[in-house]
Design a protein around this ligand. Structure first.
Ligand SMILES: [Zn+2]
Ligand SMILES: [Zn+2]
Length: 386
């Protein structure tokens, strides 16, 4: 257990979500273990006994998340309500409390996966592994980042930016991710063996996380090889895909595994309609922020723009489509594939970015990176104007 706790502590630091020495992780096997000593442990041990969990994470986020979360949680706020799809699907909303006491923490964590303690940090839990606590923590950081920038863009359109909001923006901009000039070189197709296919999928996933185009848990990767689609499993970490890739027949017969990605049907539809072989899907921050930056404040679908926004919008040449995870009339499997045809990528409203390529992942990765860089540039341009 101690090893696992140390692994996720190191992952938080390498993902830029916490500073070294900050994450405090507890895990329950036969005994309750901690990755390090900390004065907060007595309170957190009480939290353990009040909930049916096996892991707990408490950490102060690194910049820019720390300033952003402090800002969003300031004043009388008792809950932050981001509108991106990670929050909608997994977190609902993000409760905020003032006191670091076991009773308040237990009360919030009974209903939610995280609690933000003003000025002190974020607490998240896991029921089977510290990995869950890591995922929920990273989702809180992602959602708050996206919300802060989305709110700022909206408020600046309305001429309502506060001096404090402006101060936090300036600070946040000093800490935003710098994307590389060139994409990494990935394995090139055509692939000769199944082993190569597995390796190529795992490599594409790892590089997507490494370049911060997705936090490790969300997003998915697939590659068609012959009559089989190799797709990442639904709860896999994209930077550790070995053993988590499912082969599914392309002929429409059901997937051999029920563990395939929740976006399996969207992947299948895209490949059938475009004739491409590889799909990369991530949640790059600025693509998500820009997808939600709709000037149409009186949109007929307001409140459910992520599912059925009628506005036809583009960032540069890249279309934005609505759609919910899974199937159904508003499911991504229906909204996404037609837009992917003849485009180098498609952004899903409040959710993330899909790109495709022929043969291997190289051009899908190049497009993922260059579309996110374009969105970052567009966003910074809008912010400069304010
Ligand atoms: Zn996604
Ligand atoms: Zn709309």
């Amino acid at each position: 257990m101690k090893k696992l706790l140390e692994k996720y502590s190191a992952k938080l630091v390498s993902a830029g979500l916490a500073e070294a020495g900050n994450p405090l992780l507890g895990g329950l096997d036969a005994d309750l273990e901690w990755n390090r000593e900390d004065p907060a442990i007595p309170v957190l041990e009480k939290v353990f006994s009040g909930l049916s969990i096996n892991s707990l994470l408490f950490s102060l986020p690194a910049e820019p998340y720390r300033s952003i979360i402090d800002f969003l949680a300031s004043g009388e706020v008792s809950c932050i309500r981001p509108e991106d799809s990670e929050t909608r699907t997994f977190m609902h909303d993000l409760p905020v409390v003032r006191d670091f006491t076991s009773d308040t923490i237990i009360e919030k964590l009974r209903k939610r996966k995280s609690v933000i303690i003003k000025g002190k940090g974020i607490v998240t839990w896991g029921t089977v592994s510290p990995e869950q606590a890591f995922i929920f923590y990273s989702s809180v950081c992602f959602a708050c980042f996206v919300k802060f920038f989305s709110d700022y863009l909206r408020d600046s359109r309305r001429g309502e930016v506060s001096p404090e909001q402006d101060r936090v923006l300036k600070k946040a901009l000093k800490h935003i991710d710098k994307y590389p000039d060139k994409p990494p070189e990935l394995m090139s197709g055509p692939f000769k063996s199944r082993e190569d296919v597995y390796r190529a999928v795992a490599q594409a996933g790892r590089q997507t996380v490494k370049h911060r185009l997705v936090d490790s848990f969300f997003g998915n990767v697939s590659l068609r090889w012959g009559e089989t689609l190799f797709i990442t499993q639904t709860t896999s970490s994209l930077d550790e895909l070995e053993g988590c890739i499912d082969p599914c027949p392309m002929d429409g017969s059901a997937c051999t595994s029920i563990t395939a990605s929740s976006e399996f049907s969207a992947h299948m539809g895209i490949l059938r309609l475009t004739g491409m072989d590889a799909i990369l899907h991530g949640h790059p921050k600025f693509s998500v922020i820009m997808s939600m930056n709709c000037r149409q404040e009186n949109c007929a679908a307001r409140g459910s723009c992520h599912i059925r926004c009628p506005e036809k919008r583009f960032i540069g040449d890249v279309p934005i489509v609505p759609g919910e995870v899974g199937t159904g009339p508003y499911g991504l499997c229906n909204t996404l594939p037609p837009s992917m045809k003849n485009n180098r990528g498609v952004i899903v409203w409040g959710h993330g970015l899909f790109t495709v390529s022929e043969g291997d992942f190289n051009s899908a990765f190049r497009n993922l990176l260059s579309i996110e860089k374009m969105c970052q540039k567009e966003c910074l341009k809008l912010l400069e104007r304010t």
